[in-house]
Structure formats: C-alpha cells, structure tokens
Design a protein around this ligand. Structure first.
Ligand code: FEO
Length: 403
C-alpha cells in the first residue's frame, strides 16, 4: 500500500495486516488490523506520527523513500505495534528526534534501542511548530498504557489519537464508510483494552472533545470523517449507566448446566431483558468483552470441577474482573455432582466489580422442578433489580405506535 493523501501535506502511511488473528497472544482479531502512521509536512519541518509494527517496517520505510526529511517522530504510545519501527526510521533520518511524554521516554528506552539524546519530551498542552502547522500534544493517559498521548493538529483540526478511538480492522478504506462495521470493531477494541480505565477514558474524552475536530485519525482502522459518530459511541460506553442487558457466559459438561442456562435465558427474555448467551467452549472472547460494556448483570453458568468453577468459567470470571465493566448485579448458576463451592469462589474472584450478588441457583445433578422454579425467581430478581434502577427494555422505550 502506498502513502495516501488526507490533505495537502498530510498523508496516511503505514501497513494493513490482513492476516493477523491474535494480538498480545490474547486478543482475537477476526478482521485483521492496520498500523497507521501519518506524515505531516510543514513549511519548516516534517513530523512522522507513530510508526508500525516491527513485522511491517519495510512497508513504512518504502513509503518514506519519497520523503527526504523527517525532523520529528512522534511516539504517542510505546507499545511496539506503533513504536516498533522507530529505530529504523531514526537510522535513516539522523537529525530526527523522538517526541513523547516524560513517562513514554523510559518505556521506549526499555523496549527499543533508542539513545537518550534522540528524545524530546513534551508536557500536556505543549506545542511544536512545523512552520505553518502546529502540533499540540494532549496527554491522554491509560488509553491504554500510562504514557499515552494524542496530537492535535491545530490549523487542520485533526486529532491523531493512536489507540484511542482505534479499531482492529483491515480495510482499504482510508475513511470510515460503514459505521456499523467500525462500531463493532471499535467497541471490541475499547472493551478489551480501555474499559478497565473507564473513568480516566471519560476524562480524556472530554479533554479532546472540547476542541474542534474535523477528523480523528487513529493508529488502527480507518479515519473518522464524521468524528461525532465515534465520540458519541465512546460517551455511551464510558457512561456509568448500564443497559437492561444480561451476559450469561457458561460451560456445561453433561448438559445439566446448559438446561439451567436455557431456562434462565428464556425467562429473562420473557421479562423483556436482553440476554447475551455465550457457550465458553466456542466463544470469541472479544464478543464476550463487547457484551460486558453495556450489561447490567453478569450470570456465570458453570458446573463444579474439583469443588470450584470449571476452568473455562474461571477464565470468563477473570476476564470480567480484569475488565471492570459497569455491571451492577451478578450471580452464578450450575449443576454439581456431590459438593460445590462455586458460589463462594465466584464472589472471591470478582473483587473489582461493584456488584450486588443475587441468590445463586445450584443443583445436584439434573435440574428438577424446584431448580427451575429457583431460576424463575432469579429471573424475577434480575428484572426487578433492573426496573428499580430505571433500566427499561428496548420495547418499553419505543413510542406507542397504536392508534
Ligand atoms: Fe495499538 Fe496499545 O497498541
């Protein structure tokens, strides 16, 4: 892919990684990703904003063949998918300096061979002139490491946000053309790496949104030509208000827990509560993370393995605890053979969540009438708790169309 012009003197550079399917050996990438860098030319100096993953260094260097001079390499974030090619860019441009936050400099030096004298550190709000263009640096910590920042190009009203607002999406579209598609990819990205820092993300969002934004250019996925789309989506995701939704990650060994899950999900649906049901033996954990963004309640379905939750359920519980979603209620259901401590162990494994635990439903062996009645009571408790918190179903929120 060649460099592409965004505006006179401003180019997209970088690489599209169509085939990458896993990030950090953890996060599924069903649609690949891109590593976006941007070249901003001024009348006096040129700046390269971010680089690419080390595996794609050659692509960026070839795009830079036509660029005789780079004065600054702005490192918004030290993670290697953006910073990985900085050493090679610095070797080519001997005068270039790396511009980063005071926290970013030692992190970059830990991760990459960059000499101390090649750095310039910038404080929050500091500017750097390229001649007729001005880079304003906005510290946006914890999107998603502590050192992260964004750059606002003042004269052009463009925000270069790095991971913030990014989407893991391999596409030849320079700009967002299918908002529904980018919405899910961006929500997946937010859920997986930014949701744990929701209050700080909210502050960063307010901070960048107070500027006029004509374009938002992240370092993954296409450029937002209509920034309000992604700003509104983030406002929703970082708000404290969950939706009338329940996430039910579950695993079943011999079908008993599955019967309980199916009964509960049917009951919740009958009570106008939206449910996201995930069989953990086949689930894309990114989809599970997406559903945790909005859910008011999390109910783990697990059989008992050596007194505790099944290891796949432990993984889901660990994920929920690590991502710190805004859920307000939680519970656990499942079948056991002879004894169980899954309820206590589930509570113990969710210390980061500020949730009220609803009465769990555990049954020995196959569920019977009593157990199904207990599941109905749990569905009632969920529906009543949501209603008490003012969470309404989508159907209830629709205008009355009857005449
Ligand atoms: Fe896209 Fe945190 O790196």
């Amino acid at each position: 892919m060649q460099a592409r012009t965004i505006r006179e003197g401003i180019s997209w550079m970088g690489a599209i990684d169509w085939d990458r399917r896993l990030f950090d050996s953890l996060i599924p990438l069903p649609d690949g990703t891109s590593y976006n860098a941007y070249l901003v030319r001024g009348t006096e100096r040129n700046a390269l904003l971010d680089t690419v993953d080390p595996t794609m260094t050659d692509v960026l260097l070839s795009q830079l063949d036509e660029v005789p001079r780079v004065d600054y390499v702005v490192a918004h974030h030290a993670e290697q998918d953006h910073a990985g090619a900085i050493p090679q860019v610095l070797s080519r441009y001997q005068e270039a300096r790396v511009v980063t936050t005071p926290r970013g400099k030692p992190m970059l030096m830990d991760l990459l061979p960059i000499a101390d004298e090649r750095f310039i550190t910038v404080d929050d709000g500091e500017t750097l002139s390229l001649g007729d263009r001005t880079l304003e640096f906005i510290h946006t910590p914890w999107v998603h490491w502590p050192e992260t920042m964004s750059t606002y190009l003042r004269e052009d009203h463009i925000l270069f946000s790095c991971d913030f607002f990014g989407s893991h999406l391999a596409t030849t579209d320079l700009y967002v053309t299918e908002e529904w598609r980018v919405y899910e990819a961006a929500k997946r990205y937010y859920a997986e790496i930014m949701m744990p820092f929701r209050p700080i993300i909210r502050k960063n969002l307010d901070k960048v949104a107070e500027r006029r934004l004509d374009l938002i250019a992240p370092s993954h996925g296409p450029v937002y030509g209509r920034p309000e789309f992604i700003l509104d989506a983030y406002r929703d995701w970082v708000s404290d208000a969950p939706k009338n939704e329940v996430v039910v990650p579950y695993v079943s060994m011999h079908g008993s827990t599955a019967q309980m899950v199916n009964h509960l999900v049917r009951g919740l649906a009958e009570r106008d509560t939206k449910v996201h049901q995930f069989d953990l033996t086949v689930t894309d954990v990114g989809k599970l993370a997406i559903s945790l963004v909005d859910a008011a309640t999390i109910i783990i379905g697990t059989p008992t393995v050596h007194v505790g939750p099944h290891p796949l359920a432990v993984y889901a519980i660990h994920l929920a605890n690590a991502l710190r979603p805004k859920a307000r209620f939680a519970s656990v259901i499942g079948s056991y053979g002879w004894s169980s401590r899954v309820a206590e162990q589930t509570v113990e494994r969710l210390p980061n969540l500020k949730v009220e635990f609803l009465e769990p439903v555990l049954c020995q062996g196959l569920p019977g009438e009593e157990d199904f009645a207990a599941l109905d009571r749990l569905a009632d408790a969920v529906a009543q708790s949501h209603a008490a918190d003012g969470l309404v179903s989508q159907a209830a929120a629709l205008p009355d169309c009857q005449t």
